[in-house]
Design a protein around this ligand. Structure first.
Ligand code: DUT
Ligand code: MG
Length: 157
C-alpha cells in the first residue's frame, strides 16, 4: 500500500535475500501507517525461541537501501509488547543510509513465558525519517541561556 506522501520522497529500494524468497515485502499495513512491518526470516522448520529475559537477533531477509538524507528506525510493535513483553532491546534501532547488510531486529523478551518467533511473523516496524548530519566544531565554552545548566526537573514537576 502506497503511503499518502510517498511521491515527495525518494523510493526505498529493498533487496530480497535468498532466505526471504517466499516472504511478503515489508509493507505499510494501512494508508497512514508510520512504519512498515518487518517479518521474521527464520527457517520455517526452525522457529526461534526467546526465553524470558533472553534476546535474539532476528533476520528480516532484506537489505534496505535507505536513501541518502534518511534513516531507518526499527521500532517495537505495541501488540507484541503488550501481549507478550516482546520489544526491541536497542529501540529505536538505527539503520544507516550506507548500510548494505541484512536488516536484523534485536528482540528481547521482558515477559514471563517463552516467545516463539515463527517464519513470516511481523516482529517489528521500520519508520523512514529524514535525518541531518551537522558540522562538528569544538569551542572553549557554551553560550549563556536562561536555563543554563539546569536540567533533570529543574523547572519543577
Ligand atoms: O536494529 C538494528 C540496528 C542496526 N542494524 C544495522 C544497520 C546499521 O546501519 C548497523 C549499525 O548499527 P549501529 O550503528 O546502531 O551499531 P554499532 O554497534 O554502532 O555498529 P557499527 O560499529 O557497525 O556502526 O547495524 C540493524 O540491522 N538492526
Ligand atoms: Mg554505529
Amino acid at each position: 500500500m502506497a503511503m499518502h506522501n510517498s511521491e515527495n520522497h525518494p523510493a526505498l529500494v529493498l533487496v530480497r535475500l535468498p532466505h526471504a524468497q517466499d516472504l511478503d515485502l515489508p509493507a505499510y499495513e494501512t494508508a497512514g501507517a508510520a512504519g512498515m512491518d518487518l517479518r521474521a526470516a527464520v527457517p520455517a522448520d526452525q522457529p526461534m525461541t526467546i526465553a524470558p529475559g533472553g534476546r535474539a537477533l532476528v533476520p528480516t531477509g532484506f537489505v534496505f537501501e535507505i536513501p541518502a538524507g534518511y534513516e531507518g528506525q526499527v521500532r517495537p510493535r505495541s501488540g507484541l509488547a503488550f501481549k507478550h513483553g516482546i520489544t526491541c532491546l536497542n529501540t529505536p534501532g538505527t539503520i544507516d543510509s550506507d548500510y548494505r547488510g541484512e536488516v536484523k531486529v534485536l528482540l528481547v523478551n521482558l515477559g514471563e513465558a517463552d516467545f516463539v518467533v515463527e517464519r513470516g511473523m511481523r516482529i517489528a516496524q521500520m519508520v523512514i525519517a529524514p535525518v541531518i548530519q551537522v558540522a562538528i566544531r569544538e569551542a572553549d565554552g557554551a553560550s549563556s541561556t536562561a536555563r543554563g545548566a539546569g536540567g533533570f526537573g529543574s523547572t519543577g514537576i
